[in-house]
Ligand binder design. Structure first.
Ligand SMILES: O=C(O)CCC(=O)C(=O)O
Length: 270
């Protein structure tokens, strides 16, 4: 099945409800992408420090998601990037995503975000999983887990060769699968499920300027980056009570405070 392209929030909402995912194109300009990428790159330069700075009881904010041993940090991930650098919420990219999400489903705000880089020629995959299975709310009935939209925004073209998203159509309507724990290449724990032989897997390449959307129950995966360039993605989860969730988690030290000393982009004339 080739993914269809959804240009309007209404079409994306219909795809999401039918298939559990949507592919949206031509939303951001090159400048929008560059602005977000500059801020995310700044955070990734702090990766080692963020990784080491974790205090007991605090959430991990930087980890290596590699599933295969490579030469360096092959699949760095930064959690709550927009909390570490609130400038990210002022980017055109974030504002356009929020407007799109709100046109799909009413008033929603950021509940979570993270950014993942797949380094060049990287053998690591992002194993099959359902986001809802990895939260502490997984035992709640679906209607109590609430509506959430998970936007996956590549900062360059995303293709099957560099690790675009792949979804199992209709998986969001099935009960959550059992996820098995495994140990990542550098010792962090992970969880993975398997799609089963009859699953309708749909690879979703998307050009720079677009994004995919999935639900918390949609089974998904991203493959290796076999190309010479990094594959970068910023992932933002929107929900009705997103900012309340963030505020509550901040009180519980689950969300990091802004990182001091980050440069502020010059937005004069924008
Ligand atoms: O960017 C990736 O490699 C995968 C992202 C993903 O699976 C997720 O955000 O749940």
């Amino acid at each position: 099945m080739a993914p269809r392209r959804d240009s309007s929030p209404r079409e994306a909402a219909a795809s999401l409800s039918r298939n559990g995912f949507a592919v949206v194109e031509d939303i951001f300009s090159r400048d929008d992408l560059r602005e977000a990428e500059t801020l995310l790159d700044q955070l990734f330069r702090e990766f080692s420090a963020l990784r080491q700075a974790r205090r007991p009881g605090q959430r991990i904010v930087a980890r290596d998601m590699a599933t295969a041993m490579g030469e360096g940090i092959d699949q760095p991930e930064i959690l709550y990037a927009a909390s570490l650098n609130p400038e990210l919420e002022r980017t055109a990219l974030f504002r356009k995503c929020t407007a799109f999400a709100q046109s799909m489903t009413g008033s929603v705000t950021r509940a979570f975000d993270h950014a993942i880089v797949k380094s060049p020629f990287n053998m690591s995959v992002t194993p099959w999983h359902q986001d809802a299975a990895l939260t502490r709310f997984r035992h709640l009935p679906r209607f109590l887990r609430g509506e959430r939209l998970h936007f996956w925004i590549p900062l360059q073209d995303a293709t099957p060769s560099n690790g675009c998203m792949e979804f199992v159509a209709g998986s969001h309507r099935q009960p959550l699968l059992k996820h098995e724990s495994f140990v990542r290449a550098r010792g962090d724990g992970g969880w993975a499920a398997s799609p089963g032989p009859d699953a309708q897997r749909v690879a979703c390449p998307v050009r720079a300027g677009g994004f995919t959307i999935h639900t918390p129950g949609t089974l998904h995966y991203a493959g290796r980056n076999e190309t010479a360039a990094s594959r970068k993605a910023w992932i933002i989860h929107f929900s009705r009570f997103g900012s309340m969730e963030i505020a509550l988690k901040r009180l519980l030290s689950r969300v990091p405070a802004p990182l001091p000393g980050l440069a502020v982009p010059d937005r004069r004339g924008s």
